[in-house]
Write a protein that binds this ligand. Structure first.
Ligand SMILES: [Zn+2]
Ligand SMILES: [Zn+2]
Length: 454
């Protein structure tokens, strides 16, 4: 009978079923034998996992059912699983995936602010509030269960991680140095240096940051390989092959640590690719949190080396909101020589509201506050007699922060939830409204429950 319950729990069980098992087991702990041990181990592992990655508080290891469901929902959201709050098979499997050891706490909040900044045009705040969650009132069986947890796992608490995340979200300089402190014995120093340089380049290519290796130190960012407990907190101890691969600290501690026990590879199919993991951990050292976007470098899960090595749109927006933008120019799909360039080097406004190609003029147009500029695409300099007043664009308000041209030549401008349609023939706004509701081609009319649109 025990075996049947367990199989049901593992295949399609929910958290509620596991609670039932624990309640049942409390009275028969002496008779349930090995199967009960498995239940308890699974529950303990679940709690340790959700606490380690910031979904449950660690203050007293007591959590009520609502908190646990909310924690599972948060984990499912960041992992791009259907958000049910139930501990189903897919959620359990996801918890065993190789991943980064940095906590996911605050990632959802940061992501919401980042995306909100895209639509509102306001710059995202430097960092999310990281207040520790309040101690909750324990209820029912969770009190009894957590007695075990408190005894076994009290030693994993590490307040340093929380305080790091409150105070130091970014670097206040653009030129950063790095040092490779050590490396896996089976990889040559030359190849590791190449891989690390390429990983830093992914970030410098899309931001105003520049990186330079300082082989002898001192350096702003230090990359080192360690095994097991390496003196930065018991919860940061590495766990051998699989599981946690690496972790890093937010600015300005400037450290990324890699599990020496992993089978690190540079181009092989077996093992974990050092380039991919390094690129991810560098993101943390720059102040980035985990991302829910499927192909983001900052997704907490290990991603194999593939053809598509560029940072995702979410990585780019995240690093640019912290460190400024660059400008790219492509001919077809090939980046022109000399690009990307810093927009300030070209004499352009550092934070334009929006920019778009305007066919009637054959030039780029750039809105900034109450004025607009017209840029020559060849020189990327302003045309003579600009900037001019935005009132030339009859009906267009200040502060629009997105623009696109639809087939037929009509220009759509966006600010927060609203849009303005500009007719280039009538030279004025001919329609306005709420884009999600009124523009069916945006596909935003319905809000899906799961987050698979990412
Ligand atoms: Zn990470
Ligand atoms: Zn460490």
């Amino acid at each position: 009978m025990d075996f049947n319950i367990e199989a049901d729990y593992l295949q399609r069980g929910t958290w509620k079923k596991s609670v039932f098992v624990l309640e049942f087991s409390d009275g028969f702990i002496c008779f349930a034998g090995a199967y009960l041990t498995k239940y308890l181990q699974a529950a303990l592992q679940l709690q340790v996992f959700l606490e380690k990655y910031g979904y449950l508080h660690q203050e007293d290891h007591i959590h009520n059912e609502v908190e646990v469901q909310s924690a599972i929902s948060g984990f499912q959201w960041l992992s791009r699983l259907p958000v049910t709050g139930e501990l189903d098979g897919a959620t359990l499997r996801q918890m065993t995936e190789p991943r980064c050891g940095v906590s996911d706490e605050g990632s959802r909040h940061t992501w919401a602010r980042r995306v909100n900044a895209i639509f509102t045009g306001r710059r995202a705040a430097a960092g999310p509030p990281r207040s520790r969650r309040k101690r909750s009132v324990a209820q029912g069986t969770f009190v009894r269960r957590t007695v075990f947890v408190r005894v076994l796992f009290e030693c994993v608490r590490d307040p340093r991680k929380a305080t790091d995340r409150i105070h130091c979200p970014k670097w206040y300089k653009r030129h950063l140095t790095y040092q490779i402190v050590n490396r896996p014995r089976h990889l040559s120093l030359g190849s590791v240096r190449l891989v690390v340089r390429a990983a830093f380049q992914l970030w410098s290519n899309v931001s105003g940051l520049l990186f330079q290796e300082a082989p002898g130190g001192p350096a702003d960012i230090r990359l080192a390989f360690y095994e097991g407990d390496h003196n930065d907190g018991a919860s940061n101890a590495f766990d051998g092959p699989g599981g946690t691969l690496a972790h890093a600290f937010l600015p300005r501690r400037g450290e990324a640590h890699f599990d020496m026990a992993e089978r690190w590879t540079l181009n092989g199919h077996k093992g974990h690719n050092l380039f991919m993991v390094t690129a991810h951990e560098i993101g943390h050292t720059l102040g980035l949190d985990h991302s829910p976007v499927r192909h983001a470098l900052m997704s907490p899960y290990y991603r194999k080396l593939g053809r598509n090595l560029v940072p995702s749109w979410d990585d780019i927006i995240a690093v640019q909101q912290l460190y400024g933008k660059r400008m790219w120019r492509y001919t077809g799909s090939v980046l022109d020589p000399g690009f990307p360039r810093r927009s300030s080097d070209l004499g352009l406004p550092r934070h334009p509201d929006c920019a778009f190609f305007y066919t009637p003029l054959g030039h780029m147009v750039l809105f900034k506050g109450s004025r607009y500029s017209v840029l020559n695409l060849g020189t990327l300099r302003q045309e003579p007699y600009y900037p001019r007043r935005l009132t030339d664009w009859t009906g267009v308000p200040q502060g629009t922060n997105g623009a696109l041209t639809r087939p037929g030549g009509r220009l759509y401008l966006f600010r927060e939830q609203r849009f303005w349609r500009f007719d280039p023939v009538k030279v004025r706004v001919t329609r306005e409204g709420q884009w999600a509701k009124d523009l069916s081609w945006t596909g935003c009319g319905n809000t899906p429950r799961s987050n698979d649109i990412l």
